[in-house]
Design a protein around this ligand. Sequence first.
Ligand code: SAH
Length: 228
Amino acid sequence: MPKVKTEKKSRIHKDVAKQGIMFNKDFGQHILKNPMIITSMLNKAALRPTDVVLEIGPGTGNMTIKLLEQVKQVIACEIDTRLVAELQKRVQGTHFQPKLKIMIGDVLKAELPFFDICVANIPYQISSPLVFKLLLHRPFFRCAVLMFQLEFAQRLVAKPGDKLYCRLSVNTQLLARVDMLMKVGKNNFRPPPKVESAVVRIEPRNPPPPIQYTEWDGLTRITFTRKK
Ligand code: SAH
């Protein structure tokens, strides 16, 4: 008997496919739909009209538009060309168009330009490399207000003695001041992710501590793999 071919499972969320834009799980696409959370993230970033803001993964641009209302320039880095087209369509012909610069591609591979502030609801799978890319970026930025998976956010801000205190906590807090700002439930996103989320504020220590970072990282690597 011939084998029945099973169809490869689509990674596109079915419940949103019918609404026009297909969100792709591989890119961690969960659109922040609650405007109050977007507004509160922007407020916590204490934006100035002269600021250049970096947004990672603008998606359909809900946060981008609010940023464009408040600052001089938004540089938005997006990997999905379909969403880039959506975003371009949204600003085309408006006074926002000249203020928005879109970088197409993987933010982890991109050479980041100068920016004052970073605000973003990021794809959670790149959280750790992204935090260190930002913290080692020069010249210094003022602060980053980012949405993470709740457990990752808790590890970022954990203090010595906490159960979640780990290499990520030590290394991040060496280079930055970090604050947990708010927890955000799944239903504020479309489609809702499986995990809970939280917003964290990261402020690089400027000047940085006089420590050879790669050597330090090697030390914490040894210390924390022997943790009992
Ligand atoms: N900020 C938007 C969308 C969040 S979903 C909102 O809150 O509504 C995460 C976004 O990051 C998606 O648009 C996804 O396509 C994009 N993305 C995923 N991986 C990326 C990467 N490596 N570099 C840049 N963008 C990425």
